[in-house]
Write a protein of this length. Sequence first.
Length: 218
Amino acid sequence: MGTWDVMSSHYVDIHSPPPGLSSFTKIRLGWISPEQAVLVRPGETKGALLSPLSRGGGTLAIKIPLDRGRYYLVENRQPIGCDRIQPDSGILILKVDPWAQEGAGTARIMDADPASPNFSHATFRLDREKRRLFIDEDNGVAILPLWSHGEKQGLLVTTPEKSADALRAALMITRMWTRSPEPKGERERRLREACVKAFREFHFKKSWQIARKALKEQ
């Protein structure tokens, strides 16, 4: 896990404080309660709002069970507390294999940008073109980072089949908000509300179609 867990690497920089702990280690230590880890099974579509892992409180992780006891953990890493020294921020995805030998990859980062050294761009972010979507075709899992709400980070767990429409809708909504932060008139306000409502109800194709209409009228 590189510098994303002090049990993996003891420092980001020799002159900096030690890094924080991943959700994997915090769960093992009992620092994350079952109520703070939301279970989402492969094949399900569910949204969540994750609090920064280093801050604590609220929902801190998503757990996605796989076969043979393996599972994904999804966490929100922000430049707060011990994570302020990390080179990156966003949604971090770990794949855990409890049967792996200690030191041989019990928990591994699903690196959003393997070309960057030392997991320096490991997180998934909607505002980075090549880091917007994680897909595991074999297990039927897709994970999409969404918008931030203050320090909290939205995300969507869905299926690979739905992921393209979900990403398209998320980008269209972001474009709509960026172009015009506030609605210009009652019709635009209603279109925005309908667009977001469709997304929250997982009608992704309908959502991006409404967003496209709103953009044309801006």
